[in-house]
Design a protein around this ligand. Structure first.
Ligand code: FES
Ligand code: MG
Length: 598
């Protein structure tokens, strides 16, 4: 059966793959063995053999992952929806990923959770799956797994926390800590005030309330068409979150009957739409890495070049921190992702004919958006917060690719570096090189480094292999002496990533990374770098013979693996520029080909 037959093979009554476990006339012995153990907690044989779709609920919530923990409660509304639509829910745990809690990095676990999900979806009697997403890496891990397996799948975001407040001002996740650290360094606040200030940004259940990686990736899951319209922005404690859980449970049953699968939704055009949406949202700099990874597991051609080509010129429409002012509650009240998508569709920036989990086209979904958004938060396309706000993809004599988030460059930075009338997009900086976050913290305030307002802080050995997983450390602060003088940002560059909540205009995700011999390994403190944003280049200003000399002297760093997974991960992971996937895994596409087969 070829792909087309299989799509049209979605006739009602087609045999679902779960029946191989629960109702195989050719093998009553195995059927009995499969069935008896699922019955031992009260589910009946009649239910399991009824031919109803078996729907997995991929549970990412646990005490170890507080950002997603309320999925443990939401799952009961998902179950209600599945039951009411005629399906049978089977909930199962996913490997926990907590962005702020996992050492050495949560990024290390994205591919581990992905592998686990693939194995579960492939090896158990599941006809469709609800992906519970939230904290940063949980969303790409779920979507990558659904892409590889390609059974009907739908995303249920957990939603952002309520807005945080500190002394009458909005305190956003992540964004507050950059501010609090500066205040602590400047001795404006003490330790206990510092702790209270940071905690004020987390007033309820939910994931980060800024447009960090969590809200960005959940918004992009919606932009891709993988969640019901409006899902991403509903704050976690709102009643609509429970309604959404119920509707999501209902809808996945319909998707199974229609055999509507990730490959029907996550098409090349859908990824292109998501790139445009990312720019308008002011999305996290982690998004290109994750989206390229999801696309590769889907077998869709999609690269950083698409981000440059389609995203760089798109204006910033959403006024959320870190690029803007507001947090998740305001974004939701203003209409959330559908309001942004409608604005982009009307401006001719999106393909409206892509299919979403609703089974309708994006344009049909958006036709339901009638209300005028709050224009303080979701701006009109012709009245944006910033023009050309997407990611710029850079390259040069030290690396093949890196991304820079233009939307967070502020006026002060622009004046200092981008105001030469002859070359408004080009500036030279003096490199100060750190070997990793520990070295940065140990030496930042060393006067011998002579860091001044024309320096660039460079950090290396922080990529997927180097750290391992890739540390979110590129958004480095200037030394205390410069902060006191009022220099609050320096350009930074590195082979690590940075938190999606950071407002630093860093050059990050430099690929290939230093640990695998990328050119960043050859840089020395005191070197001059020329950064040209128009040419999209970063070049080390030394003769090529000198660079070659340095290369021949380079010794690979010794990698110290603390766990078996670190060793396996490092032996198989690719670079951030190509999604930091487990390279062998990318060869497994569409692994559940047919109904009734696995
Ligand atoms: Fe989990 Fe930000 S730390 S969403
Ligand atoms: Mg992060």
């Amino acid at each position: 059966m070829n792909k087309d037959d299989e799509k049209h093979g979605a006739q009602p009554g087609a045999r679902l793959r779960s029946r191989r476990w629960f109702d195989d006339p050719a093998d009553p012995g195995m059927t009995a063995l499969y069935i008896e153990r699922y019955m031992n907690y009260g589910i009946t044989r009649e239910e399991l053999q009824s031919g109803k779709p078996i729907i997995g609920i991929a549970q990412t919530g646990s005490d170890l992952s507080p950002c997603n923990r309320h999925h443990l409660q939401l799952a009961s509304r998902v179950r209600d929806g599945i039951r009411d639509a005629g399906g049978i829910p089977l909930e199962f745990p996913m490997h926990p990923i907590q962005e702020t809690g996992k050492r050495p990095t949560a990024a290390l676990d994205r591919n581990l959770a992905y592998l686990g999900l693939v194995e579960v979806l492939h090896g158990y009697p599941i006809d469709g799956v609800v992906l519970t997403t939230g904290c940063d890496k949980t969303t790409p891990a779920c979507l990558m797994g659904a892409a590889t397996v390609n059974i009907p799948a739908i995303v249920l975001s957990g939603g952002p926390m309520l807005d945080g407040w500190w002394k009458g001002k909005l305190a956003g996740s992540g964004t507050v800590i950059w501010d609090a650290r500066k205040r602590l360094a400047a001795e404006e606040i003490d330790y206990s005030q510092f702790m209270d200030m940071v905690a004020s940004s987390a007033p309820s259940i939910g994931h980060c309330n800024t447009m960090g990686t969590a809200l960005s990736m959940n918004s992009l899951a919606e932009a891709l068409g993988m969640s019901l319209p409006g899902c991403a922005a509903i704050p976690a404690p709102h009643r609509e979150r429970g309604w959404m859980a119920y509707e999501t449970g209902r809808r996945i049953v319909g998707m199974v009957h229609e055999n509507l699968r990730p490959s029907d939704i996550m098409t090349k055009q859908a990824f292109e739409n998501a790139v445009v949406a990312a720019a308008a949202l002011g999305a996290s700099s982690n998004c290109p890495v994750h989206m390229v990874a999801i696309a590769r597991h889907m077998g869709v051609e999609h690269s950083l070049e698409d981000w440059q080509r389609l995203g760089a010129e798109v204006p910033l429409l959403v006024d959320c921190q870190p690029a803007g002012r507001f947090l998740g509650e305001a974004f939701h009240r203003a209409g959330g992702v559908p309001a942004v998508m409608k604005e982009l569709l009307d401006a001719g920036r999106l393909r409206g004919d892509v299919i979403t989990v609703t089974g309708r086209t994006l344009a049909e979904d958006l036709a339901a958006v009638r209300e005028e958004p709050d224009r303080n938060v979701v701006r009109r396309y012709d009245n944006p917060l910033k023009e050309a706000a997407g990611f710029v993809v850079l390259s040069g004599n030290l690396f093949d690719s890196a991304v820079m988030k233009i939307s967070v460059i502020d006026e002060e930075f622009r004046k200092r570096f981008l105001s030469d009338p002859e070359h408004p997009d080009c500036f030279d900086v003096k490199a100060v090189v750190f070997e990793g976050p520990e070295d940065y913290h140990a030496r930042l305030d060393d006067p011998a480094l002579e860091i001044d307002e024309r320096s660039i802080l460079v950090i290396r050995n922080c990529g997927p292999v180097g750290y391992p997983g890739g540390a979110e450390v590129v958004n480095m602060q200037p030394p205390a002496a410069l902060l006191k003088e009022g220099v609050t940002t320096l350009p930074t560059m590195g082979d690590g990533r940075q938190s999606g909540t950071s407002a630093s205009p860093s050059i990050l995700n430099v690929s290939p990374e230093a640990a695998v011999g990328g050119g960043l390994a050859l840089l020395k403190t005191g070197d001059t770098l020329r950064i040209d944003l128009r040419q999209r280049s970063v070049n080390l200003l030394v003769p090529s013979e000198e660079l070659e000399q340095r290369r021949s002297n380079w010794v690979p760093p010794k990698l110290d693996n603390k766990t078996p997974w670190e060793e396996i991960y490092r032996s198989m992971v690719g670079q951030n520029g190509s999604g930091a996937c487990l390279e062998p895994a990318v060869n497994y596409l569409n692994i559940i080909e047919l109904r009734g087969e696995s």
